[in-house]
Write a protein that binds this ligand. Structure first.
Ligand code: F6P
Length: 362
């Protein structure tokens, strides 16, 4: 039996606890492994006193819970770790400290659950000699090396329900509803929930939009006595000639860096306002999309990931991660997660959506 550290890094997503539970249950039952919970992502391997026991008893009742019982952080990259020196914040490479800490904790290996950033750090630590296996997660579904990430299905369901709810109020008031959906630089969530929720316009980062086709779509609907419209827009979508910076600037919180959420919807609404008479309202779904109980599909995928990761540990497949390919849980190199996946603008989903009359603003 081994002693394994477990951490969750990056933004949380529904299904993390299901994964932790699956991992600890199989690990204890079948292999007799011992688990050490590392709190707040890699921060727990840099700072002292951020570990906790992670026995089967500690995972009781967590399956339907959103978030992560281990806590997470997306500002804890040990290779560029913020440290205060002479009153100033500077970034330091503390990766050697992580290796030492893992030794002190007597870890035989580390299970890193996270998105792009967390898995990349895992790969870099592997190269320095730490034994790491990874589990991909993100609601954005933008990780290469795996067909689908858990968290995505739940978020897609939440967005779809939100669009459904916006429909009835949009129709009652004859309004144009702009609903902004997460996804970082990828449009998967917006595309799927836009289709599932029956959006009239879908705007994604992969297809910079023009305002004219959107206006035309809204007008065409009005001539068919559909005087309301739903525009599903990804947080990273921007107009032709613009860049992501335009969207980010629109919702800056002074002194806190760039917080992109809220920008894309506002930029789009402002552009539309000078072209159409109808009232426009913007809804930013924000972190609602990441919270709450995971869907059944995400619970299953996450649980299977948690179980599968122990095969990698058993087989000494360090520097690898679990992945979903063609409906099967397989293994992939950790370095494969480093490429960002995007919606294919010429792919079948976009083509069929367009063929039904959904506008992508292009
Ligand atoms: O990657 C997940 C995600 O929710 C993105 O969709 C979004 O851009 C980002 O995280 C939001 O990050 P934060 O929680 O730090 O505001």
């Amino acid at each position: 039996p081994l002693r394994l550290g477990v951490l969750t890094g990056g933004g949380d997503c529904p299904g993390l606890n299901a994964l932790i539970r699956g991992l600890v249950k199989r690990g204890s039952h079948e292999f007799g492994h011992e688990f050490v919970g590392i709190e707040n992502g890699y921060m727990g391997l840099v700072e002292p006193n951020l570990t906790r026991p992670l026995s089967e008893a500690d995972t009781r009742g967590i399956l339907p819970k959103g978030g992560t019982i281990l806590g997470t952080s997306n500002k804890a990259d040990p290779f560029i770790y913020p440290v205060k020196e002479n009153g100033q914040w500077v970034e330091k490479d503390l990766s050697d400290q992580v290796l030492r800490r893992a030794e002190e904790l007597k870890l035989d290996g580390l299970i890193a659950i996270g998105g792009d950033g967390t898995l990349t750090i895992g790969h870099m630590l592997s190269k320095k000699g730490l034994r790491v296996v990874g589990c991909p997660k993100t609601i954005d579904n933008d990780l290469s090396g795996t067909d689908q990430t858990f968290g995505f299905d739940t978020a897609r369901g939440i967005c779809t329900e939100a669009i459904d709810r916006l429909h009835s109020t949009a129709e009652s008031h004859d309004r144009v509803m702009v609903v902004e959906i997460m996804g970082r630089n990828a449009g998967f969530l917006t595309l799927d929930s836009g289709i599932a929720g029956g959006a009239d316009v879908i705007l994604i980062p992969e297809i910079p939009y023009r305002v004219e086709p959107i206006v035309e779509k809204i007008r065409r609907r009005a001539t068919r006595k559909r005087s309301f419209s739903i525009i599903a827009i990804a947080e990273g979508a921007y107009p032709v000639g613009g860049t992501l910076a335009v969207v980010e600037k629109a919702h800056e919180i002074p002194g806190r860096g760039v917080v992109r959420l809220g920008g894309a919807g506002k930029v789009c609404a402002d552009l539309l306002a000078s072209h159409i008479e109808a009232e426009i309202r913007v809804t930013v779904l924000g972190h609602l999309q990441r919270g709450g109980t995971p869907s059944a599909a995400d619970r299953v995928l996450a649980t299977l990931y948690g179980c599968k990761v122990l095969d990698l540990v058993r087989d000494g497949q360090w520097d690898h991660m679990v992945a979903l390919r063609n409906g099967k849980i397989v293994t992939a190199s950790l370095s494969e997660s480093r490429k960002e996946r995007r919606v294919d603008p010429t792919g079948e989903t976009v083509r069929f959506a367009k063929s039904m009359g959904i506008s992508f603003g292009d």
